[in-house]
Each structure stands twice: as C-alpha cells, then as structure tokens.
Design a protein around this ligand. Structure first.
Ligand SMILES: C[S@@+](CC[C@H](N)C(=O)[O-])C[C@H]1O[C@@H](n2cnc3c(N)ncnc32)[C@H](O)[C@@H]1O
Length: 193
C-alpha cells in the first residue's frame, strides 16, 4: 500500500501536497513524491523533545505543524515562533492542521536568516528543517546551532530532530554538534541501534 496511490489527496498548494493515508497526514514537497513528514512521527518527536519546551520557543521547519502542536501543549510555553521557508507548506498546513493558539507566531522565511536577525532570546530552540542527516545536513546544522547559541537564554536548550536511520559516524557528529546533556543523549540514543 502506498500513501500517494491508496491515500486521499486532501490539500494541495503549489508544490506541497497532503495525503490522508492509514489515518495519518502525509506531507509531500516538490515533484517525485518526496515525503517530508508523516503525522505518526508525533510519537518519535514527543519522545525526543520530552518535556523540554518552556518559555519563549523557536522552531525551524513547520511541515505539518505536528511538533508545533506538541510544543504548544506545554502550559509553560509562553510563545512559539515557527519559521517555515516554503509558502506552499504554510498554505497546506493551514488547510489541514490549522493551529488556533494565540501563543503561536508563524513566519515565512529562512530559519538561519531569522536567527541572525532576531532580537529576541529563546528558552527552547528546535530544528527540524531537513529530511535526512548526512554530511550536508550536518554542515548546515552546525552553522544553525552556533548561531542559535547566541540567541539562547541561560539554561535554555537547543535540540534537533534525530533521524533513527542515521549512519553511526554521522550520528556521533550530530550529538557533538548539539552537545546535548546526558539525559537527552540517552533519550535520543534509545532510537538508535
Ligand atoms: C521535516 S519537515 C518539518 C516537520 C515538522 N517538524 C512537523 O512536525 O510537521 C521540514 C520543513 O522544514 C522546511 N524548511 C526547509 N529548510 C528550511 C529553512 N532553511 N528554514 C525554514 N524552514 C525550512 C521545509 O519546507 C519543511 O516544511
């Protein structure tokens, strides 16, 4: 069974399409059925993010807004800014998973540009703007993380989605870049065999 054959196309805008398949939303971007997000990843995302979100939060990559909703589920979160580069993704997200929460602010733009320009400081910063973790992703992630450190409040956390299929060598670079504490490291590692 394949989501784009057996599923139902429920939203489309420019190069973004959302299918409903097997009870879950599937986000495809661009030609060639590039699957960027499946709603069922909420389990993985929530276990990775844990109960870290609080205060002023920043997220790079909206996708289906699954992580956004999870972050906003914490009453300790006073504000969440989500930066998404692709206007088509924002459009389909609003059609299928609109978030009605006064604490949520959506921005259309490049995550790095936003980080370099913002005058705000954040308590929790979450990166999920890539679909795999490879050499190229790691190179860019390192730049993002270093820039993010400058807008992080004392005691705040920088986290990024960990793909459990990451090859060992790249996974260890990923953990080095994030410089996560032991608890978070163990939680992320539990996905990785
Ligand atoms: C894997 S999806 C995010 C999934 C999301 N965490 C969720 O829960 O649904 C990655 C998203 O990041 C966006 N993106 C890619 N590069 C970006 C950038 N430089 N700045 C902001 N968003 C970016 C993509 O358009 C895509 O919507």
């Amino acid at each position: 069974m394949i989501y784009f054959i057996d599923g139902e196309l429920i939203a489309e805008h420019g190069e973004a399409k959302v299918y409903l398949y097997d009870g879950f939303l599937h986000l495809e971007i661009g030609p060639g059925h590039n699957l960027w997000m499946v709603e069922s990843e909420i389990e993985e995302l929530s276990q990775q993010i844990g109960d870290l979100p609080r205060g002023n939060c920043l997220e790079i990559g909206l996708g289906l807004g699954v992580a956004s909703k999870y972050i906003l589920s914490f009453p300790e979160v006073t504000k969440l800014t989500t930066v998404e580069i692709n206007p088509d993704v924002i459009a389909v997200h609003q059609m299928v998973n609109y978030i009605d929460d006064a604490r949520h602010k959506g921005i259309n733009g490049n995550g790095l540009d936003f980080i370099l320009q913002t005058e705000e400081k954040y308590d929790f910063i979450f990166f999920d703007h890539y679909s795999i973790i490879d050499e190229d992703t790691l190179e860019i992630l390192e730049v993002y993380v270093n820039a993010a450190k400058k807008i992080l409040n004392k005691g705040g956390t920088i986290l990024a989605w960990f793909d459990p299929y990451t090859p060992k060598e790249d996974a260890s670079k990923f953990f080095d870049i994030l410089n996560v504490d032991l608890d978070t490291y163990n939680r992320l590692q539990s996905y990785y065999n």
